[in-house]
Design a protein around this ligand. Structure first.
Ligand code: ADP
Ligand code: ASP
Ligand code: MG
Length: 444
């Protein structure tokens, strides 16, 4: 079929490739348009509530193999996941040699990254066979440097050369290789990043990301029932939302495509007729009246509150506090401050068990009147490009929370006015998101 777009990169998530039935849906989508030439698969995900993703089974195999546990039974389950798919598709793919290699490597103490990456690798082989597409191992075209950082320049050069002139290719998501050719994975959910890297390398017209929801929803559907889908969103808004826990798309998948101004379209494999969400650099051509684009949130933050009378007159105070965190190798998330108070918001996992070290280092660095460490905070981000220059948005959020008796522990608004971050106790986190959603979407 001749379509508007000539070149599309299509990434299919774990649920879209969890079973033969899902493979068939994905293949129908791919075959519906000639433009869908470059395909990035994830590993088979959950087939039903309570099922285990192949990646999780692989990770468990690896940890059991290290500790001398029974990894073989997990591996048998993995083999049957693939064999069921192959049988259901009626193809002749034989993965027995691949399974043997992985088993051998597991016995010989291979790395976690290698084992975790095999879910995508095997799924890529099966999908390429089923589609009749060429298979290119991601280890040959995606590179990390000596510091373990993704090497965008080398990857783009090698991958664009390798893909030039090739019509239909499957490249497994989630991993690449280190300079010594060993395997390295991105963080969890990283197949989204692979899709974006491929889109940039082939200068795709669009990067379609096929998943199990009809686009980016204004709220996590596990918190709010049936939230409205977002039709169009900017990269910047999306990054704020993804970073704050809206897990539809890996937060790092935005950079490669943003560089090349390639739009991303989030689509639903189970409802291909839905338009999904379009993610773009600028919404100039797509005006929207919505004040708020989306709400997201994460639990597990701690606030370190430092009080000192007249700290605002002490030059270098903030810098010395931040140096303490840098020296302890702790990243901070937010820095809401008052005249005599400075708060440093960090991930609780980074401070657990180190409270004494942190407090004594701050004491030495700035000699404050008081230091207080508060755990169990949830952060809620209210994101919207239309909030800028619109007075009263923050007031509406606060009154919505006040009406539900929810105490706000922290507020932070960036000067770009793209988002407002609110800290609440973890126990009222879900209620806070629901209250804000209701204020902006239901009672309009
Ligand atoms: P895939 O396996 O296709 O990569 P993911 O599980 O990574 O899919 O992402 C899709 C899931 O993200 C949805 O099933 C949904 O539960 C969750 N999610 C969280 N926040 C949102 C949101 N704001 N909009 C849509 N989905 C969301
Ligand atoms: N399979 C990997 C994971 O479960 C990567 C991905 O699905 O994007 O995290
Ligand atoms: Mg995902």
């Amino acid at each position: 079929m001749k379509t508007l777009f000539e070149k599309k990169v299509v990434k299919f998530g774990g649920s879209s490739l969890a079973s033969a039935e899902q493979f068939i849906k994905s293949a129908n989508i791919i075959n519906a348009e000639d433009a869908r030439r470059y395909v990035v698969p994830s590993a088979p995900g959950k087939r039903f509530e309570g099922d285990t993703k192949v990646t999780d089974l692989l990770i468990s195999c690896h940890s059991k193999s290290i500790s001398g546990g029974d990894w073989e039974s997990d591996f048998t389950e993995i083999k049957s996941r693939y064999n069921d798919i192959i049988k259901g598709l009626g193809i002749a793919t034989d993965l027995s040699g691949e399974f043997l290699t992985i088993e051998e490597n597991l016995k010989n103490g291979t790395t976690l990254d290698y084992v975790a990456s095999r879910g995508e690798y095997l799924n890529g082989i099966v999908l390429a066979d089923y589609l009749g597409y060429e298979f290119i191992d991601a280890a040959e075209v995606i590179f990390f440097d000596y510091n373990g950082k993704f090497d965008a320049t080398k990857t783009n050069i090698v991958m664009s050369e390798r893909l030039a002139g090739r019509k239909n290719v499957v490249i497994p998501g989630f991993y690449g290789s280190n300079p010594d050719m060993s395997i390295k994975t991105f963080s969890r959910g990283g197949s989204d990043i692979t899709g974006a890297i491929v889109a940039r390398a082939v200068m795709a017209d669009i990067y379609e990301n096929w998943t199990d929801v009809s686009g980016f929803l204004m709220c996590d559907p596990r918190i709010v029932e049936n939230p409205r889908p977002i039709k169009i969103i900017t990269y910047r808004e999306l990054r704020e939302l993804s970073y704050m826990g809206a897990s539809v798309l890996h937060e790092d998948s935005i950079f490669p495509v943003k560089l090349a101004s390639i739009p991303i379209n989030i689509r639903n494999t189970n409802r291909p007729e839905d338009a999904g969400t379009l993610i773009v650099t600028s919404t100039d051509n797509h005006k929207s009246d919505e004040l708020i684009t989306g709400i997201a949130g994460k639990k597990g933050f701690s606030v370190i509150r430092i009080e000192k009378d007249m700290m605002n007159q002490e030059s270098g105070f903030g810098m010395r506090v931040l140096k303490v965190f840098a020296d302890l190798d702790i990243n901070f998330e937010h820095l809401p401050s008052g005249i005599d108070t400075m708060c440093v918001v960090v991930n609780s996992a980074d401070v657990k068990g180190r409270e004494y070290d942190i407090a004594s280092s701050i004491q030495k660095a700035v000699n404050p009147d008081h230091i207080h460490i508060d755990n169990n905070m949830g952060l809620v981000a209210v994101v919207g490009r239309n909030m800028a220059g619109q007075p009263g948005t923050a007031a509406r959020i606060f009154s919505a929370l006040a009406k539900k008796n929810i105490n706000i522990r922290m507020i932070d608004q960036g000067s770009s006015e793209l988002n407002i971050i609110i800290g609440v106790d973890e126990s009222v986190f879900t209620r806070a998101i629901k209250a804000i959603y209701k204020e902006f979407y239901t009672e309009q």
